[in-house]
Design a protein around this ligand. Structure first.
Ligand SMILES: Nc1ncnc2c1ncn2[C@@H]1O[C@H](COP(=O)(O)OP(=O)(O)OP(=O)(O)O)[C@@H](O)[C@H]1O
Length: 347
């Protein structure tokens, strides 16, 4: 794999009203060519600032940002301009030129780059076809829906044949249906043009749907990063856990646990569920072997990148020694965590 982007100890502080605000703190991250890399975090976490260092719209106060092996954070003038042509950008508010047609919006970066008329025509036609807007070439942005505007934004961002597309909340102003369509288009940009995509979002569902890797940001730091499946199936950081539990309802909340407890008085455990090689009915097998009954009281299993994962909350009924033995045996097959009564009240 070739590395597309490296953040090396990137910090950024802003001076406002005589105060220093640290928007980025020691960010180390590597993005490989061809990946769809999602950066997620709550408002103010530093996502946009980090994204904007990729095309040097922001420059680190310390540290380096390497794009294609070159330190973009140190480039200026024509060199910076050329480097930026390799990086397309799309925005939440689309940022189209209102007084220009769709055709001229998409052609705009080519005009700036001094590309000739014929080549521009071919390229814009190809891109409008790619984003499904050939029939809107002569429309103005005000005549388009939000989803169509973002398609124009994507076509424009691809005009100079970039290697990297950076996306700052590109679907945040769109309804769920249109969001899905734009995400599918971004997947095609990645698959068909081989463009590396870095997208910033506060919606973890966007990450779940299209990203290969994810970095979670909190207060200027990357607090967790890795392959989406790994991070989603076993989130370590509390911020990540909050994000993941907002879209995957695998683990009961404290309120739900209390409701479960009101009805179920046996021992309650959480069993991790993941892709299994065999169809061994381990739960009923182990319960039967130890003379224990079980109730499934909560749970969920999801699919991500063709792999299954989730969690089941199970009540085990039987004498303590038998339940202990059953738990020990279940623990050989999957991860098992007993939920204490304290947790049910305070979790
Ligand atoms: N030019 C600037 N001057 C001063 N402070 C800034 C500037 N740009 C960003 N910040 C501050 O840095 C912090 C991080 O901002 P950033 O936009 O990167 O966060 P974010 O995670 O993208 O959040 P949001 O989704 O709300 O934009 C915020 O507190 C913001 O107010």
């Amino acid at each position: 794999m070739t590395t597309a982007i490296t953040f090396d100890q990137v910090s950024k502080s802003f001076q406002t009203k005589g105060r220093t605000f640290e928007a980025l703190r020691d960010v180390d991250l590597t993005i490989e060519a061809g990946e769809i890399y999602g950066i997620v975090g709550y408002s103010g976490a530093g996502k946009s600032t980090l994204l904007r260092t990729i095309n040097a719209l922001e420059r680190p106060t310390s540290g380096r940002v390497l794009v294609g092996g070159r330190e973009i954070s140190s480039l200026t003038g024509p060199e910076l301009y050329r480097a930026r042509q390799r990086i397309g950008m799309i925005f939440q508010q689309f940022n189209l030129l209102r007084s220009r047609t769709v055709y001229r919006n998409v052609a705009y970066p080519l005009a700036l780059a001094g590309v000739g008329k014929e080549e521009t025509l071919d390229r814009v036609e190809e891109l409008l076809d790619f984003v499904g807007l050939t029939d809107k070439a002569l429309a103005y942005p005000s005549q388009l829906s939000g989803g169509q505007k973002q398609r124009v934004g994507i076509a424009r961002a691809l005009a100079t044949r970039p290697d990297i597309l950076i996306s700052d909340e590109a679907t945040s102003a769109l309804d769920p249906q249109t969001t899905g369509e734009v995400l599918e288009l971004l997947q095609r940009v990645n698959a068909e043009y081989g463009v590396t995509i870095v997208l910033v979002t506060h919606e973890i569902d966007v990450i779940r749907r299209i990203a290969d890797k994810v970095a979670v940001m909190d207060a200027g730091r990357v607090v967790e990063h890795g392959a989406v499946y790994e991070v989603f199936s076993n989130p370590q950081n509390p911020t990540t856990q909050r994000f993941v539990s907002s879209v995957l309802h695998h683990v009961p909340s404290a309120e739900t646990l209390a409701a479960i407890r009101a009805v179920h008085h046996g021992r309650i455990v959480q069993l991790h569920v993941e892709n299994r090689e065999s169809n061994d009915p381990f739960l009923s097998r182990v319960a039967r072997a130890h003379g224990v009954d079980f109730n499934i009281v909560y749970g969920g299993v999801d699919e991500l990148q063709s792999r299954l994962f989730g969690s089941l909350t199970v009540e085990l009924l039987g004498d303590n020694a038998s339940v202990d033995a059953a738990l020990a045996e279940l623990g050989e097959t999957t991860s098992v965590r007993e939920i204490t009564d304290r947790e049910a009240v305070h979790a």
